[in-house]
Design a protein around this ligand. Structure first.
Ligand code: ATP
Ligand code: MG
Length: 411
């Protein structure tokens, strides 16, 4: 993409009411636009990054047998009444609205109820199981606080997968595979070192759920980390019983700030019982399906990457999620020689399938460099009269700041 054609502009200041570093940086770099508190739009650079994250998650979900669907945001009140979650005293962050005929509908904050209902049309016998169904879909949550930028939105995309199994044993096996897939996802997006599988409240169906907590001062959670075992315990459940269950000592734990970037849950038969999702076993007996749910908030993940992978100059994307692989910067001369060479290099790279953002604008070098630092593409190629004299390009690594001259022919 030619930067002269990119409609989004960088800016020096983020909106005054934006207090979160992730949103400040992403707004300044032209990745997102703030619509209102807790509500953000994605611009071309931001959407490219979001789609990279989606691509990684999709690969890992497909690898454990996930099948992708797309459900609706508008929800049937009846289904939520069946599970007892329509009540505002039970779920306090609903967005509800009225249809023209006066009846009510809700904007989904999660999808257990409608998916359980949907699966009733497709699951008859044990032969139809197991299943793992997922989507990338918008959730609406009327969050009380929206001070964490895109890490806590009132409208946000979530990857949510739901598993359906015949018994506890096969559920547990799938749950473990999903956990491993999550570990891979966090590794691949560049958060492997900072992310801990964290024991958290399991609700009423299992003793614990597992949160994926990523260490950052921007996080709203407090966790207790066991560095040796690479696990953590959420403050909410830290007690003698958990320590005993995990075979660890209180003194080996360190208190840290973290953000819940993912959460996997065993649901048991709570939703299948409430909505009547049953199957016939090999003896023809009717049984409730065992379910699990597995969520990752996409903007939260992206915002966490921005918090961790940034410095005083701007964003520093890991290669795997960067909007482009290379930021090509032309420092043009009067004669047009540099522009011609830069255009040619851009064409060659894009023909090879390399994703290049090409700064072809007529601007001062300093402005181009500070924009480039702000946007944070991992590799920068600078082409100028000086580098051309050597038939070279200056290659700079955004993270280490290391620069080297590389001959055009060997790029
Ligand atoms: P929190 O405790 O931070 O409010 P939660 O436990 O309510 O989150 P879940 O219902 O477990 O969230 O949702 C699954 C995942 O969706 C979370 O692990 C997180 O990554 C993401 N998520 C939850 N709420 C938001 C939000 N408001 N904005 C962005 N992502 C979110
Ligand atoms: Mg959670």
């Amino acid at each position: 993409m030619k930067q002269s054609q990119l409609f989004s502009k960088t800016r020096r200041e983020a909106p005054k009411d934006e207090v979160a570093k992730n949103a400040q940086l992403l707004i300044k770099a032209g990745f997102i636009h703030k619509e209102m508190a807790g509500v953000y739009s994605f611009l071309p650079l931001g959407l490219r990054t979001l789609n990279k994250i989606i691509g990684i998650i999709r690969e890992e979900m497909n690898a454990i047998g996930g099948q992708e669907i797309q459900m609706t945001a508008l929800q049937d009140k009846k289904l939520w009444e069946a599970s007892g979650r329509w009540d505002d005293a039970v779920v306090n962050n609903w967005f509800k609205t009225k249809l023209n005929n006066g009846s009510e509908t809700g904007l989904a904050f999660t999808h257990e109820e409608p998916l359980t209902n949907l699966m009733k049309d497709h699951i008859r016998s044990y032969k139809d199981l197991p299943q793992a169904i997922y989507q990338f879909q918008t959730k609406f949550r009327n969050e009380e606080r929206a001070k964490s930028g895109i890490m806590r939105g009132r409208e946000f995309l979530m990857k949510d997968l739901y598993s359906f199994n015949v018994d506890e044993k096969s559920h547990n096996e799938f749950y473990e595979r999903a956990k491993q897939a999550y570990i891979k996802i966090f590794d691949r997006v560049g958060l492997g070192n900072e992310t801990y599988v964290t024991f958290a409240s399991g609700g009423s169906f299992s003793k614990y759920s597992h949160e994926f907590q990523t260490l950052t001062e921007a996080g709203e959670d407090t966790i207790y980390v066991h560095e040796g075992k690479r696990i953590a315990i959420n403050k909410e459940v830290l007690n003698d019983e958990v320590l005993k269950d995990l075979g660890i000592l209180r003194r080996d734990l360190k208190e840290k700030k973290a953000v819940e970037t993912g959460n996997i849950f065993s649901l048991g038969t709570k939703f299948s019982d409430a909505l009547g999702l049953v199957f016939k076993d090999a003896e023809g007996k009717s049984k409730s399906v065992i379910m699990g749910c597995y969520g990752i908030g996409l903007p939260r993940l992206l915002g966490t990457i921005a918090e961790i992978w940034s410095d005083d100059k701007g964003l520093v994307w890991p290669e795997s999620v960067s909007p482009f692989a290379i930021h090509l910067i032309g420092l043009f001369d009067e004669a047009g020689t540099v522009k011609k060479a830069a255009n040619e290099l851009y064409d060659k790279l894009t023909k090879k399938g390399v994703e290049v953002l090409y700064d072809d604008r007529d601007m001062r070098a300093g402005e181009k460099f500070s924009d480039s630092d702000l946007i944070g593409i991992p590799k920068r190629y600078v082409i100028s009269e000086k580098t051309l004299a050597d038939q070279s390009v200056e290659v700079k690594d955004r993270r280490t700041g290391k620069e080297e001259m590389v001959k055009m022919g060997s790029l």
